[in-house]
Design a protein around this ligand. Structure first.
Ligand SMILES: [Zn+2]
Length: 255
């Protein structure tokens, strides 16, 4: 998971909010649940897709086809109905992270006070689900990828470095088998071919080529639109190794 820079609210979402929020306030429970499906998707999907470079906010999987796109409510609309049309509550996620994983979950740390209707977040809530667009946290510091051997194969698994990281992995299923297959293929087919020239040049004691190859790898693997950026960063550092990174001053840079 990587940090997202939230873009400006699309004007159509403000229009939808002005239309549907007053109706939701006045509706009974059954009527309100019908209203909570309206307006936000068409108004926000394209802007979210562009903001996130076509990638799921949680697992960073690229999603090109419209049928796989969900507008995700960070605070689930079934509980926080008044935030259904709030830009800061909307993200784009893949179907697996949203519908198979997170669904209506929104875990809070002990000591939190859950918001009540019409409260502005965060109030007394300390969410245990990472919001990748929250400027107060960097997801790169909360979930770390490490290689493990499983059935003779090298696999890259996400580990929570914080309670929020651990809970986010569990809630969104960021270690689900299908995703682990994609992580493995990404490291094998995309990261390693970019990193091998760095290691070969280091072995030849050729710092100029080391620096150039590392710079190319950073550009290709860690650009804003690159998929699985968080995995790429951790794999780059660990495949090259701490002592070569120190010796040739190789850094992956800020998130
Ligand atoms: Zn996902």
């Amino acid at each position: 998971m990587i940090r997202l820079v939230r873009s400006a609210e699309p004007p159509a979402l403000a229009v939808a909010r002005a239309k549907y929020l007053p109706l939701a306030r006045a509706a009974d429970v059954d009527e309100r649940s019908k209203l909570l499906t309206k307006g936000y998707r068409d108004a926000a999907l394209v802007a979210l897709f562009e903001m996130q470079h076509n990638k799921c906010c949680y697992c960073e999987k690229l999603e090109e086809q419209a049928k796989y796109r969900d507008v995700e409510h960070y605070r689930p609309k079934s509980v926080y109905w008044w935030l259904t049309w709030s830009w800061e509550n909307l993200l784009f996620s893949c179907l697996e992270c949203n519908r198979d994983g997170k669904r209506d979950c929104f875990p809070l740390a002990v000591g939190s006070t859950r918001l009540v209707a019409e409260d502005e977040p965060p109030g007394g809530e300390m969410p245990l689900l990472i919001d990748p667009a929250d400027v107060a946290f960097d997801p790169w510091n909360e979930i770390v990828f490490k290689p493990v051997r499983q059935h003779g194969l090298e696999r890259w698994l996400p580990f929570g470095a914080t309670a929020r990281g651990r809970e986010t992995i569990a809630v969104c299923g960021l270690d689900r088998p299908r995703l682990l297959d994609l992580y493995r293929a990404h490291v094998l087919d995309v990261v390693r071919p970019r990193i091998t020239p760095v290691i070969e040049a280091a072995t030849r004691e050729d710092p100029r080529v080391v620096t150039k190859a590392w710079s190319t790898a950073r550009r290709r693997l860690l650009g804003a639109a690159s998929k699985f950026r968080a995995l790429s960063r951790d794999a780059m550092n660990q495949i090259v190794g701490a002592h070569l990174c120190d010796r040739f001053r190789l850094e992956t840079g800020p998130s």
